[in-house]
Write a protein that binds this ligand. Sequence first.
Ligand SMILES: O=C(O)CCC(=O)C(=O)O
Ligand SMILES: [Fe+2]
Length: 362
Amino acid sequence: MSSPNFSSVPVLDYSQTRSEALKPQFIQELQHALINVGFLYLSNVPIETDRLVEYIPRLFALPQGSKDKISMVNSKHFLGYSKLGAEFTKGQTDWREQFDIATPHVCRAVEGRGDPDYWSLWGPSQWPDEALLPGFKPTMEKYLLEVQELSYEFIGLLAEAFGLPADTLKQFYDTAELMQHRGKIVQYPQTESESQGVGPHYDAGFLTFLLQASDHKGLQVQNLSGDWIDVPPIPGTFVVNIGRALEFVTQGLARATSHRVLSPTGGGGPRYSVPFFQNISLDVKLTEHVLNFSPEILKLRDARGTVGATDSVNFTEFDREPSGRVNLIGRVKSHPDVAERHYPALFKQVFPNGVPAQVSAY
Ligand SMILES: O=C(O)CCC(=O)C(=O)O
Ligand SMILES: [Fe+2]
């Protein structure tokens, strides 16, 4: 194999997984991409995206009042609309506007029953008025459920790429009705000069499936020597990357890769994207699940070497708390206004001296 450093993100053909003859090649390429890059494009995924993409400019063009009506601050589940400039990464404003919309879910926590606070992290989404955007809700829900299916399928392929039975990672999820996965629809407005759409960060969970929904460069990943590499949109593909939790349980085999988005400049209008973040069970403690990898596989990780310093902010470790609690603390930090209203005790614990001037999205 060539040098493990990379100068572009590999493209894998998902249709190969449907052919006995071609699947081994896919698994081989997947193993390389997971260990050495931590990002890949997936082509030929049978999910229709055009209908959703057509809605996106219309969603952001809704009157400000109808967007504010479904503001995230209304939601204990951190779901809803965040206006431009509401988030910070590495002390700088992220110049993006977004809707957090998750797969359908009924909140598990019951008031007064002493349920863990982090059970309230998941619950129903907030939707714009149907009359203003007819058909948007069923289109987005269908999309999220299809990507959810893909994400479960993909986690089986990932296990196979590391020499484990395909169902090994099932232990990190609850039954289907207890699970919720989170999507976002994001707009990065055009700026005069190059600026931060979202600053350098790692994703937190297991897998991220990103639809680049307009024809703009801007997404970049950091390679092993710290250089920023473009991940331009390739029509008909998803971008897949690894979160910190999956990196942790795979003992560093699957790389969580530092990434960022630069705001679009020039005359091409805003950049749009739709990330899907695959969650794991709220109650799972990662340190209680030690996977057994063969020495041959671990050697591939060691050949890559440790990744040098990246520009990304550090992410909370998973060694003490259930995953839901780690996640909730992350959300409290990135959306303190939501936390102050819905989790006042935890808010005080995280911000004993009040909210700092600049909070961090990651
Ligand atoms: O918009 C994108 O292309 C990436 C966004 C991202 O990395 C994130 O929201 O975690
Ligand atoms: Fe990200």
